[in-house]
Write a protein that binds this ligand. Structure first.
Ligand code: NAD
Length: 330
């Protein structure tokens, strides 16, 4: 069997496979093909892959001959056309929004596997690429916020006086939110968090954060543990309950997502306007529509003294570890 790992698009820093794992495949008798330059952005040369038993080839050759093609990001139209009939294609596919990609893959007689749809069950945990990347993204979001904020995260007692700790508010406590809380706590911030799933209260507390209670009526969860969409009235109740905390926070990290749907719009323009100048918001849901009014994909937006960060590839900020974790998943 041949597995091909093509290079990603220019904006992607992560690599789908590192040599350690390529060796595991070659030891099993699987032929590993990599496109030249696959690991260059994580400082891994082609030679290292060759030492692990992989073969370097160009994109066209790889697509034409491989039985399985693995990527991180969804395929382009040309890539779909280049895939061998009856081969298998694996990557994040964003299947709810990219129906055409899914049907084009089927029409090309290719079986596709969407990494987003790996079941969130114990047995499949090793393959849970969503979680491995969300975890690193939560860390990277806090680091990015701390770099941007003109204030220290920890409390500092100095001869010149006491500096109060930064106040961080995390909205959405799934995998990314939990890591954001843990990272902000480790940096010494005072952390508050809210999620529509009451079950996360214990998890927030166990990390040293304070769970913010907002009564928004009945909320439900799917059997896979995902939040169900709120009604517009419930969103309004949530916004009213969050207003004061938002205005007092130095940093807001939003991670709220509803599986298979647009991210809920939670932080409105007037909530941003109520924040202190110099505050920072990281909208981690920016690529699924955004939790924050005014956030833009891959941009730093400056509004009324507040910086709204909308980086769509936060795991790419820790690309070496993200690449490592991806491989375990695939
Ligand atoms: P996600 O990325 O889909 O959403 C992030 C968070 O946003 C969720 O906690 C969700 O409840 C929250 N949210 C949605 N609407 C909101 C709103 N209006 N306001 C505030 N928060 C809102 O979530 P995820 O990180 O993929 O995790 C989903 C669940 O799956 C979690 O319970 C997680 O622990 C669980 N999980 C289980 C496994 C497993 O192997 N068993 C693996 C990974 C995740």
């Amino acid at each position: 069997m041949q597995i091909f790992f093509p290079k990603e698009e220019d904006h992607e820093i992560r690599a789908t496979i590192l040599p350690e794992v390529a060796k595991k495949f070659t030891d099993l008798g699987i032929e590993v093909l990599i496109e030249s330059g696959l690991g260059e952005k994580v400082f891994v040369s082609d030679e290292k892959y060759v030492d692990a038993g992989a073969t370097v080839c160009d994109k066209k050759e790889g697509f034409a001959s491989a039985d399985v093609v693995c990527k991180i990001n969804k395929p382009s139209h040309n890539e779909i056309q280049s895939l061998k009939k009856n081969s298998i294609y694996i990557s994040f596919l964003d299947p709810f929004n990219e129906r055409k990609i899914v049907s084009d893959l089927a029409e090309a007689n290719v079986s596709s596997i969407s990494m987003e749809l790996v079941p969130r069950i114990t047995r499949a945990q090793k393959m849970d690429a969503l979680s491995s990347q969300a975890n690193l993204a939560g860390y990277a979001a806090v680091i990015e916020a701390s770099r941007t904020l003109s204030k220290s995260f920890p409390m500092m007692m100095t001869a010149a006086g006491t500096i109060s700790p930064a106040r961080v508010f995390v909205v959405g406590v799934g995998v990314a939110g939990l890591q954001a809380i843990a990272t902000a706590k480790r940096l010494g911030a005072r952390v508050e968090a809210f999620d529509t799933r009451p079950a996360v209260e214990e998890q927030v507390k166990s990390l040293g954060g304070k769970f913010v209670k907002i009564d928004i009526g009945d909320t439900e969860e799917t059997d896979q543990g995902y939040a169900k969409e709120l009604t517009p009235e419930q969103i309004k109740m949530q916004q009213d309950g969050m207003k004061k905390i938002c205005s007092q926070s130095d940093v807001i990290i939003t991670t709220a997502q509803v599986f298979g749907r647009q991210a809920p719009r939670i932080i409105t323009k007037d909530m941003v306007e109520a924040m202190q100048p110099g505050s920072v918001i990281v909208d981690m849901a920016v690529f699924t529509g955004g939790n924050v009014e005014g956030s833009k994909n891959d941009e730093y937006v400056f509004y009324n003294g507040v910086t709204i960060i909308g980086m769509s590839n936060l795991p790419g900020e820790v690309a070496r570890d993200a690449s490592q974790a991806l491989i375990y998943s695939i």
